[in-house]
Write a protein that binds this ligand. Structure first.
Ligand code: RB5
Length: 168
């Protein structure tokens, strides 16, 4: 047929590339105690359309939680990522370490309810999972709740701001 018009395709590059480059990068790290659940959460993040940045550990061998807490928290501190995820046995070692980074508010959440409140009231920008005290499925639910919940602002904004004020 003559005179047929061809239109340029839009976007002018593969759609998968567009979607990949728009995905939010979420740094994630664990020690050996959180390794198994971290592997599952990396898959879940990908399935949910995020781009997990797996900063280790990469095996179940015994290792030191501060190494991974610093890696993830540094990225949030320096605005390379707006939020991150950490896992260890109790969540405590990760929280002590991550919360030393200015601007980081790392919350240990052992239930979806705690994860929701950590976002609504405390604007938690790092989620910490106590891997020895939650099942894999609970871990996934906690992660999803934390990802989907917004900070409430209002009176909570003032309180969160006070965290970084000088101590009396
Ligand atoms: C490792 O055995 C354990 O101490 C660690 O995962 C974490 O619970 C520390 O706070």
């Amino acid at each position: 047929m003559t005179g047929m018009t061809t239109f340029p395709t839009f976007p002018p590059f593969p759609l998968s590339l567009t979607l990949d480059s728009m995905a939010e990068v979420i740094p994630i790290g664990s020690d050996h105690a959180g390794y198994q659940l971290k592997e599952r959460l990396v898959e879940e993040l990908r399935a949910l359309g995020y781009e997990p940045l797996d900063l280790g550990t990469h095996s179940p061998e015994s290792t030191d939680y501060p190494d991974y807490a610093h890696r993830v928290a540094s990225r949030v501190e320096h605005d390379d990522a707006s939020r991150g995820v950490l896992l260890c046995g109790t969540g405590l070692g990760m929280s002590y370490t991550a919360n030393r980074h200015p601007g980081v508010r790392a919350a240990v959440a052992w239930s979806p309810e705690v994860a929701r409140l950590a976002r609504e009231h405390n604007d938690a920008n790092i989620l910490i999972l106590p891997a020895r005290f939650v099942s894999e499925d609970e871990g996934v639910e906690i992660l999803q709740t934390w990802l989907d919940t917004q900070f409430e602002g209002g009176r909570h904004r003032l309180r969160v701001a006070k965290i970084d004020k000088e101590r009396e």
